[in-house]
Design a protein around this ligand. Structure first.
Ligand SMILES: Cc1cc2nc3c(=O)[nH]c(=O)nc-3n(C[C@H](O)[C@H](O)[C@H](O)COP(=O)(O)O)c2cc1C
Length: 154
């Protein structure tokens, strides 16, 4: 797909068919994240591919609204930005999320950015803390967002 076509076709897709996403498509989406530029080439991002249903459901509850689609997603990519490696973890993570969102479009995979940074859960708890706990990640791993993925049903 031409880049402009991918940009024109890109939408946030939140409803998914009950079908597995082909492995080679997931690999291409992850590769797009790895190819994203980072400040001073510090590469602070760590990408965690989640397919386990229980973990996807837990991530869906990590914040109070706007994450429900994760429970029925075919997969999700949690983007961590190690704040010990770069003070630009927000920018670096955001660019990686955007690259992967566009690559998902190119591959015909539906995706949606699920913001976690500065968001709260239903009890007022911090969404980023919830994601770190669910994923057993260290405190220095900051979370701008999670990319929800699935075969489009919309
Ligand atoms: C920084 C950022 C955070 C977002 N967070 C969420 C979110 O938490 N939940 C959600 O359903 N969509 C989220 N979105 C998707 C936007 O709602 C969506 O991009 C916007 O409404 C435009 O729709 P489109 O992507 O289909 O063009 C986010 C998008 C961005 C860029």
């Amino acid at each position: 797909m031409e880049l402009m076509d991918a940009m024109l076709q890109r939408h946030s897709i939140r409803r998914y068919a009950d079908e597995a996403i082909p492995e080679e498509k997931l690999e291409k989406i992850l590769e797009a994240g790895r190819l994203a530029p980072t400040s001073m080439n510090r590469k602070p991002c760590v990408f965690c591919l989640v397919k386990d249903r229980e973990t996807l459901e837990a991530l869906a509850s990590a914040k109070s609204a706007g994450a429900a689609m994760l429970a029925s997603a075919g997969a999700a990519i949690v983007v961590f930005g190690d704040s010990n490696k770069a003070d630009t973890w927000i920018e670096d993570s955001s660019i990686a999320l955007t690259y992967m969102h566009l690559m998902a479009t190119d591959q015909g995979v539906g995706s949606c950015w699920v913001q976690m940074h500065m968001r709260k859960d239903a009890n007022g708890g911090d969404a980023e803390d919830n994601v770190r706990r669910i994923m057993s990640a260290p405190d220095s791993y900051r979370v701008v967002g999670v990319l929800s993925l699935g075969v489009p049903a919309e």
